[in-house]
Ligand binder design. Sequence first.
Ligand code: AMP
Ligand code: MG
Length: 403
Amino acid sequence: MALLPVTEALQRILDSAALLESEDVDLRHAFGRTLANSVAARVDNPPFDASAMDGYAVSSMDGATTPASFVVIGESGAGKPFADRLGKGQAARIFTGGAMPEGADSVVIQEDVLANGTTVTIREVVLRGANVRTRGQDFIKGEILLQQGRRLTARDVLLAASAGHATLPVIRKPVVAILSTGDELVEPGAPLRHGQIWASNSFGLAAMVEAAGGEARVLGIARDSHESLAAALNVSDGADILLTIGGASVGDHDLVRPALERAGARLDFYKIAMRPGKPLFFGSRVVAGVRQHCLGLPGNPVSAVISARVFLVPLIGWLLGREAPLATIDAVLTEPVEANGPRQHYMRAALDITHSPPRVTPFKSQDSGLITALQRADCLLVVAADSPRQPEGTVVDVLKLDI
Ligand code: AMP
Ligand code: MG
């Protein structure tokens, strides 16, 4: 089978995936979720004319010529409105957030009055509407405040609450079951015997899944045997994506693809024209009537994280109905990049965002055995298959690694 170009592989993955259903969540759990419908205001904000300052509510007509004196006949505090109407020459003590009494259209701040018993005197002319937040000046009932497909920020949640919503319609989180495979793998923290390594990938990938808006379910470690793999695949029921790690190439111990096929999966492709990360497969199966996407990543941690960034993160975004699954940004090379071979290269690199456009410097060593270099990288510098040598100053695509 020929190596599949990255963009074509990604397109095939996205084409096979459909938007998930929506559900209502309460505001407390809405942060980071993706809106299934646009959100409209249920009320005007502010809901009533309110004072923006501590001071005195007056009619600007009464304060048109100065000095002007007012008799203070009551008080309007936040949550405790003044019940009566102000007559000519009358004022009400008012505090920030207090409702404007009938008969008043302006607030004179307390620093600008001379108080003497129940009388206050002002020297400056009162401007109509001064220090008043008028009803609906922020938003009005029915106005669309948040668009469908938006990933909710902390401020979005606050805005929705201030617009009268206690729950929000969001897309269900895609559940991603993560299975590490390999006879050499041991859970992090457990003692290592000679020849063993810790299964680090599951933990990094679970965090990537959650940051992308999915729900990660770590299934543990399957051994390189048909029995162990079959048993592990059985417990992935209910997951929208089954992510396997390792055993994806064609060695004697690479049994994941045959095990998946025995478990009912139809594999669309394996082997991508990318570096690192060539042995990667994708397909799907139907488990208990539900379609499950099967993505098989290479076991090498650097390859696993990079292929998850390139294929898994966009797939999760797609299932959630978000746009621009593989948004790269422009950056300027600080040094030349040599001509590339037939596989698209994702170089670990440093990104300097103090310049505009940002500057990118690929690391000296691109050895895919260096987990430290992956951890230090700010981004992946994308070098297209068969691209010629690119001199310093060339504008290139980079994919941010922001988690
Ligand atoms: P494989 O793709 O199974 O041939 O594995 C390639 C390399 O990645 C081997 O050195 C494995 O020991 C290592 N590897 C496989 N799975 C994991 C994992 N879950 N965490 C860390 N390293 C792994
Ligand atoms: Mg293996």
